[in-house]
Design a protein around this ligand. Structure first.
Ligand SMILES: [Zn+2]
Length: 369
């Protein structure tokens, strides 16, 4: 049995990139600072993929039709008997245990098709393991810039995947490495190097659209609300774009997206704070959704879907983590914030009892050590 390096071909329907904020159009290229025009104006924003008019099927609206074949996607939509009129999209069922597989599969296909030999990412764990696995599957090298607090088990997993793991005490040092690597022609930096961060590589974010498409196929009722954990809004924006495709191609209504965060960041921006602001606060052990900034893409996912931001404190997340573990559910601490948020949104009437809702549980608790 001989392992051959897979070939990845960019979809001919992918016509360019567009800025979420200023709508400037760019050809398909790797711009790790996001929109150059907005970066120059110090109001950073990510870009998103645009397709030509011939893209009339969902599959036409992905940058790559084939990606490293590790079995990502097709995750279950769970009905839990105690969760009234809601289901859980269980992204922990992805091969490396989180939704990040979908990003990693797509961005690694892009890196390989574009001739890069290495991918690089700043990660608190989930994204690094996903990127390491998919890079290995595609025969690419992978550098992960993590924190020195990274659990020993996670370090061993990254090492087993052959990643070049670098550990730093501060975010500044960590981003500094990715910024250096982004200047190397053989390396694709897939995470943020802008200040403040704008979000990760737009081609990888396209991988999250399939979460929306799968939910639409799996749901037995019209989805009115989606609740999902949020850091810089990659997942929320990708899911929003997926539902946007469904609106255009299948005339489906857009569900309201509720973005859950540990401290008021997006919530503060929705109340009028600048999107480039710095928002202090304790994020506890909610490492996957920590950070003190938000993004234009998080803001757009909430506002364009008529959604909201929901703050779930680390203490409340701890309560729900214990409650769910007590019922045998093994989701990461950051992931269970969606249950607390749903409980609150139902209690305050933002979600009515008759409105079917999907909660996105992003990660297995093996990852939230
Ligand atoms: Zn722009």
């Amino acid at each position: 049995m001989t392992y051959t390096r897979p070939e990845f071909v960019r979809s001919p329907t992918l016509s360019g990139l567009e800025c979420l904020q200023c709508s400037a159009r760019y050809p398909v290229e790797d711009l790790p600072l996001g929109c150059p025009a907005c970066d120059a104006a110090r109001r950073n924003s990510n870009l998103f993929c645009v397709y030509d008019d011939s893209a009339q099927t969902l599959a036409d609206r992905l940058p790559y039709r084939n990606t490293p074949a590790l079995g990502d996607g097709g995750t279950p939509l769970l009905r839990l008997p105690w969760l009234e009129n809601a289901s859980v999209k269980n992204e922990a069922a992805n091969p490396t245990g989180s939704h990040k597989d979908r990003f990693a599969a797509m961005v690694v296909a892009h890196a390989a098709a574009s001739g890069y030999e290495r991918v690089a990412i700043g990660s608190s764990g989930n994204a690094g393991i996903a990127l390491g696995a998919y890079a290995a599957a595609a025969g690419l090298h992978c550098t992960v810039a993590g924190y020195t607090r990274l659990p020993e088990g996670t370090r061993e997993q990254l090492s087993a995947l052959g990643t070049d793991l670098r550990l730093f005490d501060t975010d500044r040092e960590r981003v500094g490495l990715i910024r250096d690597l982004a200047t190397k022609p053989d390396t694709l930096a897939v995470s943020n190097i802008a200040d403040p961060f704008v979000g990760c590589h737009p081609i990888g974010i396209e991988g999250y659209k399939r979460i929306a498409w799968e939910i639409a196929d799996q749901a037995s009722a019209e989805v009115r609300h989606v609740v999902l954990p949020t850091c810089r809004g990659d997942l929320a924006w990708g899911v929003y774009r997926g539902f946007h495709d469904l609106c255009e191609l299948r005339a489906m209504p857009m569900p309201r997206l509720h973005l859950v965060e540990p401290i008021p960041r997006l919530a503060a921006v929705l109340d009028g704070a600048p999107v480039t602001g710095h928002f202090p606060g304790d994020t506890g052990r909610l490492h996957s959704i920590a950070g003190h900034t938000t993004t234009v893409q998080a803001h757009r996912a909430a506002t364009l879907s008529n959604g909201t931001a929901v703050v779930v404190s680390p203490d409340v997340a701890d309560e729900w983590f214990a409650r769910l573990c007590g019922g045998g559910h093994v989701w990461e601490r950051s992931s269970v914030t969606v249950f607390a948020a749903y409980d609150r949104l139902r209690a305050e009437g933002t979600i009515e009892a008759t409105e079917y809702t999907v909660l996105v549980a992003t990660s297995h608790f093996f990852k939230g050590l």
